[in-house]
Design a protein around this ligand. Structure first.
Ligand SMILES: O=P(O)(O)OC[C@H]1O[C@H](O)[C@H](O)[C@@H](O)[C@@H]1O
Length: 612
């Protein structure tokens, strides 16, 4: 649905009664009464439930919620061909590293919609054109692209637009509906002609854990996720297509003869089931006797319960937030979020479960909680997966992002006998580095970020939170089969020697891009200037020890702890990570950084000063 429609609907909602709302909205959506009831149930129900300060969509009228509707694939669009704002879209701004992210739903102050149907359609057509060029050798056959989405409220509308864009580009479309990001990559590498696989390209409609009004795209081919340069290329094609589209009417729906629908998540889930069965010695129900809780945060991860854990024999009572709900009413679906981890921990303890598993919205990230409520996320999850992988591949290299702890390095290198290659932030950077190391002869089987993104060589380097959890399940099932009992103790024991810092903090220092202190340079130039200054201060102070090998920002040991100041991958921000043995140590470390950066007037130091 176009932004303008949401806008006018919401802004007028307090003025009309339910029946006039329904008539107007249904007409504009071009839906039958039944489809409208489903749409209404899915979207308006969510909005109604969360009409609070967190979701500032005031005065929504209460519609009856229909119970028995599954999803509505909505091909609704604006009927008018000319939207005055079309020229204003800055396609470059939609790039977020190797992803595309934008605002798809109006209603949040200061966040105008920039990911409209037309923009999505143009991007999809840009991807189709890019793919055709990449696959020149396959000119004789029609290329096909799979499309899936997470639980966001703009998913169906964007999916319809994406399907139009791909068919406009002359390619076939295979719709998967609610799906996970790793499943989309999997569709490019799996051989199942009955499911139209392998597809030539894949698009996941997701904005990961970001708020409900955002959405975006991730793209895959059999070589993996597209990189920054490819995304820029696609966006520049999209900008040209968009200019052309703005003179045409938006079509109500794509050419349906080129569109197929398949239940691909069943195929992907059964690959996970088979992986656990194989890893557990071929048992049909290796998780029989285990009680495992899933918290999907109302994202796309609910499938893991019914399609993975149940067939493997696990009991799953007490699992929560499995229902897809793009308003994310319970907690942010993000294993890095404290509230989210507290929620799954509580569920595990309340239900006396053996293990808790939590996914982000699109299931490329995950974390776990053991039966005592100990969180296994960030450095703890890396340590756990590293312990499993190093037992299988002694001495192998583990690639991680830059904010991992000194304790993790000590654990991987001195306790597990592996090599810790602490690289840059960004899951794509980390995974690409793992692949690169292998290509230059340095064996690497695991590339993983503290955010919960992780990829294994054995799993074709798919960035897959669900597969990380599969590795934990295999370990537990194998321990049971070996008579070592049921429970997550086998996991907890693996990381008992990991030393975690007492206090850790991430402080994000914003750069005011409009400040005169930036001169004629960009925020990146400004950030680099600050980092250079910090580096020279560090070099001249014997109490500060610069990390001998470092790929990003300035990492320094001081006061029994460490800090890393670096430029954010995407934002005008300098994230500062600090870890120390006590609050006092962290304060002192914060003081060191403050004394260096305090004269940079464009830097907002409020967040840092709280720590002094
Ligand atoms: O550099 P930052 O702003 O901290 O963001 C870094 C993060 O950006 C995105 O969310 C990526 O998906 C992550 O892989 C990455 O770690």
């Amino acid at each position: 649905m176009a932004a303008s429609m949401w806008q006018s609907y919401f802004s007028s909602s307090s003025l009309m009664g339910p029946s006039s709302h329904e008539g107007i909205l249904r007409a504009r959506l071009q839906l039958s009464p039944h489809s409208f009831a489903c749409w209404n149930s899915r979207y308006m129900g969510s909005l109604r439930m969360h009409n609070s300060s967190r979701y500032p969509l005031a005065n929504l009228t209460q519609f009856p919620r229909s119970k028995d509707c599954a999803r509505v694939t909505c091909s609704a669009t604006v009927s008018s061909g000319n939207i005055s704002s079309v020229e204003k879209v800055d396609f470059k701004k939609l790039q977020n590293g190797s992803d595309i992210r934008g605002v798809a739903i109006a209603g949040v102050e200061g966040e105008p919609v920039n990911l409209t149907e037309r923009v999505a359609e143009a991007i999809a057509e840009g991807f189709a054109n890019w793919l055709v060029e990449k696959k020149k050798g396959d000119a004789a056959r029609q290329l096909r692209v799979s499309v899936g989405h997470d639980s966001r409220i703009s998913a169906d509308i964007l999916q319809a637009a994406v399907a139009r864009g791909i068919t406009r580009g002359g390619l076939g479309v295979v719709l998967y509906g609610l799906a996970s990001t790793p499943a989309m990559f999997y569709s490019t590498v799996t051989d199942r002609e009955d499911m139209f696989c392998p597809v030539d390209g894949s698009i996941m409609i997701t904005a990961s854990h970001l708020p409900y009004n955002r959405n975006g795209f991730k793209f895959f081919t059999s070589s993996g996720g597209l990189g920054k340069a490819d995304i820029s290329n696609i966006l520049s094609r999209a900008a040209d297509i968009y200019a052309r589209l703005s003179n045409e009417s938006v079509q109500a729906s794509a050419d349906s003869s080129s569109i197929k629908k398949v239940p691909f998540m069943d195929e992907y889930a059964s690959s996970l089931v088979e992986a656990v069965r194989k890893g557990a010695g071929g048992l049909e129900r290796p998780l029989e006797g285990f009680h495992i809780i899933v918290d999907a945060g109302n994202g796309a991860g609910g499938f893991f319960l019914g399609k993975v854990l149940v067939p493997l024999g696990a009991s799953t009572s007490g699992s929560q937030f499995l229902e897809p709900d793009g308003m994310f009413p319970n907690h942010i679906p993000n294993p890095e979020d404290k509230e989210a981890m507290a929620a799954v921990k509580k569920a595990v303890l309340d239900n006396g479960a053996d293990l808790g598993i939590i996914f982000d919205t699109d299931v490329d990230r995950a974390a776990a909680v053991d039966s005592n409520g100990n969180e296994m996320n960030r450095n703890g999850l890396i340590a756990l997966i590293a312990a499993i992988i190093l037992a299988e591949h002694p001495g192998t290299t583990i690639v991680t992002d830059s904010v991992t702890s000194d304790g993790l390095t000590d654990f991987i290198e001195n306790k597990l006998g592996g090599k810790h290659h602490r690289f840059k932030r960004g899951y794509k950077n980390v995974i690409d580095e793992g692949i690169r190391l292998n290509s230059v002869g340095q064996e690497c089987h695991l590339a993983i970020e503290t955010s919960g993104h992780g990829a294994l060589k054995e799993n074709l380097w798919l960035d897959d939170g669900a597969y990380l959890m599969v590795k934990l399940l295999i370990k537990m099932a194998a321990a049971k089969a070996a008579g070592e009992g049921i429970g997550s103790k086998v996991l907890t024991d693996l990381i008992q020697d990991l030393q975690e810092a007492e206090v850790s903090a991430e402080i994000r220092l914003k750069i005011d891009q409009n400040h005169s202190d930036l001169g004629s340079g960009s925020f990146r130039d400004y950030g680099e200037r600050i980092l250079k200054h910090l580096e020279s201060v560090t070099d001249s102070d014997p109490n500060l020890k610069k990390a001998p090998v470092n790929y990003e920002g300035v990492r320094v040991s001081a006061h029994g702890g460490w800090f890393l100041l670096r430029l954010s991958l995407h934002d005008p921000v300098l994230p500062l990570n600090i870890e120390g043995p006590s609050k006092a140590a962290v304060q002192k470390i914060a003081g060191v950084v403050h004394s260096v950066v305090k004269d940079y007037k464009a830097l907002d130091l409020k967040a840092l000063e709280k720590y002094l």
